[in-house]
Design a protein around this ligand. Structure first.
Ligand code: URA
Length: 259
């Protein structure tokens, strides 16, 4: 839905109009006239008329920079700050909040999802929408939860991407690649016993594997830790018949934790 309001100067009217639009479901900001961003990119690429600098300018390498920033973070708080100051990912500009994590960092089990949706973006916490409610119920069925103080019953939840992709589109490989060093550092700092990857994006990010429907339920290894691929709760909401397999996967997780 587009925004066509023309509000000059009146702060309260602007705020009221904005709240009204959020309540009405506006989740994208678009202009009245279309903009061809390929043309804009070509403009930016045009050679400058000023003489070339004598010292060649080093192009920033987003992945190398993420790796250096992540490696320098000695704690989860420092990692969150490093991610907040990382400027190479365009998703950050369209997001309201950085969605870092939720749950108990001492948990034995770390759940890795894909990316925040609209509700997560608004609240700044992962898995708080419908899919998140199902996720909570699924793990509660084997005695695990994000609010549990005891690490044996606790969950720690985070995502591959900390910023919401516009319109909930799939994350692009370049976005995953530049944010992966933060995910890896995040996992190293939490140091869980077991990782559950929910859906295709975290499966691909951690293992390079594709096809969650084939991979689910089969334990694998990544970053030196046992990894259980499971179908994403959003998929289970659309395909309730697949809950049977998800239940088998949860029992497999429970057996692993008991063993
Ligand atoms: N889906 C995800 O993968 N992560 C969230 O935080 C919410 C929905």
């Amino acid at each position: 839905m587009g925004i066509a309001a023309d509000i000059a100067g009146d702060w309260e009217a602007a705020l009221a109009a904005l709240s009204w639009q959020v309540d009405a479901g506006v989740d994208e900001v678009i202009g009245d006239a279309p903009v061809n961003r390929y043309e804009l990119a070509a403009e930016v690429r045009k050679p400058a008329s000023s003489p070339a600098p004598l010292v060649p300018v080093q192009a920033a390498d987003p992945v190398a920079e993420a790796r250096a920033m992540a490696a320098a973070a000695p704690s989860l708080d420092a990692l969150r700050e490093a991610m907040a100051s990382y400027d190479h990912c365009e998703l950050k500009r369209g997001a309201r909040n950085l969605v870092f994590a939720d749950g108990n960092p001492a948990a034995r089990v770390l759940v890795l999802g894909e990316a925040p949706g609209a509700e997560e973006d608004r609240e700044g916490r992962p898995f708080v929408g419908r899919a998140g409610q199902l996720l909570d119920k699924m793990f509660a069925a084997i005695g695990l939860g994000r609010t549990a103080p005891d690490p044996a019953q606790a969950l720690y939840i985070t995502n591959v991407l900390p910023w919401r992709p516009p319109g909930n589109r799939d994350p692009e490989p370049g976005e995953i690649a530049m944010l992966l060093p933060f995910v890896e550092r995040h996992i190293a700092l939490v140091n869980p016993e077991v990782i559950v990857v929910m859906g295709n994006t975290p499966l691909y990010a951690l293992t390079g594997g594709k096809g969650i429907l084939r991979a689910r339920g089969t334990w694998t290894t990544a970053l030196g830790k046992p990894v259980l691929p499971m179908t994403h709760p959003a998929y289970l909401l659309r395909n309730p018949a697949a809950k049977r397999e998800a239940w088998a996967d949860l029992l497999s997780l429970q057996a692993r934790l008991r063993g």
